[in-house]
Design a protein around this ligand. Structure first.
Ligand SMILES: Nc1ncnc2c1ncn2[C@@H]1O[C@H](COP(=O)(O)OP(=O)(O)OP(=O)(O)O)[C@@H](O)[C@H]1O
Length: 356
């Protein structure tokens, strides 16, 4: 499984997509209402929950501030939610910021020096912080101290400043990009996995209850199967299906309604959207399943190279529809089956590249 190269559409200039795991403006507005408030309400990620529960309970029993926590995983899997839960479980206030917002060490010093004792500092996209800020963070995490530099050049002096104990919760989609000295300073590291369909069904039932939407089990299963393992996408698809159910039916979500609604939005049974299918169709129909170079494939689809590579391919690879080989992109037997096409004799699947 490789989610490291999932890139939001905003980075590539592509149209916003219903199945993009990054947050859009509507998500930001409704997500607050849908976020689980404590660990018991948080669905799935059993191991992470169990381990975090121990870390927090032990800290509470000692009357201490919890260890620093690093959360890694693809967008939309619940990292922000979990950081808020950590604060709630520790009965501590939370401050939310992100790596790109901290360009200068001084920005970080200002935040750190205004923290209260026990406060949780959530630093999203921690891998995108500037190097000087990162170095200041090392000392802050380890010794609860920062050196504030006053003046410039040879006359510059470092004034040490003690900080109250705090808990840093860092979130990253790319744990591999964190420098080891930073990674090592976290007492607890949790890797968040994509959710199983049964877990997403529970997310959908819970959100439907909060949004006051009637949905049956098969309807929830239908939406879950198209949500790409991601609660944010599940919640977003639920809202679009709710619209359809209200306009075209009596508001109740059944499997037929869910399937018809997501058909309108071109999200298919496995969660592929128009772009994903266009890439697969070009690969199968124009190039007999490959191998074909990325540039050629992109021209055939009428999209930028980056869009195909960074927006469509990661999910197709993750789902086992497409492989990136040294000779080019190759469709797997699952891709032929998904589009209901028969692979020609000699297609990669037949040639033993992908054993059945
Ligand atoms: N385990 C879960 N149970 C129920 N709902 C969840 C769970 N995880 C995430 N969600 C819901 O999914 C949405 C997105 O979650 P969140 O913002 O925490 O993701 P994230 O990993 O921080 O994403 P990003 O990295 O893009 O900020 C929220 O509305 C949240 O309520």
């Amino acid at each position: 499984m490789n989610w490291d190269d999932e890139t939001p559409d905003s980075a590539t200039g592509a149209d916003p997509r219903l199945v993009d795991a990054g947050a859009d403006t509507e998500d930001t507005a409704v997500e607050a209402a849908l976020r689980p408030k404590d660990l018991d309400e948080f669905i799935g990620q059993e191991k992470v929950r169990e381990q975090l529960d121990l870390v927090l309970k032990a800290a509470r029993a000692r009357g201490a501030t919890a260890d620093h926590v690093l959360l890694s995983g693809a967008p939309g899997l619940g990292k922000t939610t979990l950081s808020m839960i950590i604060a709630a479980e520790m009965a501590a206030p939370i401050r939310i910021t992100s790596g790109p917002a901290i360009q200068h060490a001084g920005d970080l010093a200002a935040i750190l020096s205004s923290l209260q004792e026990g406060e949780v500092l959530f630093l999203d996209e921690i891998h995108r912080m500037s190097r000087p800020a990162e170095e200041m963070l090392y000392m802050a995490m380890e010794d609860f101290r920062v050196d504030v530099i006053v003046g410039k050049g040879p006359g510059a002096t470092a004034i040490p400043l003690d900080l109250p104990p705090f808990t840093l919760v860092g979130a990253t989609t790319r744990a591999g990009l964190l420098p080891p000295p930073l990674r090592d300073r976290f007492g607890f590291t949790a890797h968040m996995e994509f959710y199983a369909p049964a877990e997403l069904e529970r997310v959908i039932h819970r959100s439907a209850r909060l949004l006051d939407v009637a949905i049956d089990a098969a309807g929830a299963a239908e939406i879950a199967g198209r949500s790409r393992g991601t609660p944010r996408i599940a919640n977003r698809l639920l809202r679009r299906v709710r619209d359809y159910a209200q306009v075209k039916a009596d508001g109740h979500i059944t499997v037929e309604i869910a399937s018809a609604a997501l058909g309108v939005y071109e999200v298919d049974a496995r969660g592929l959207d128009r772009l994903d299918r266009a890439v697969l169709e070009a690969l199968l129909k124009l190039f007999s399943g490959g191998p074909v170079g990325l540039s050629t494939l992109s021209v055939a689809v009428g999209e930028e190279r980056e869009t195909v590579e960074e927006v469509a391919e990661p999910f197709l690879v993750r789902e086992g529809f497409l492989a990136r080989t040294p000779r080019g992109r190759v469709a797997t037997p699952a891709a032929w089956a998904h589009l209901g096409l028969a692979p020609p004799q000699g297609a990669p699947g037949q040639a033993g590249l992908f054993p059945a």
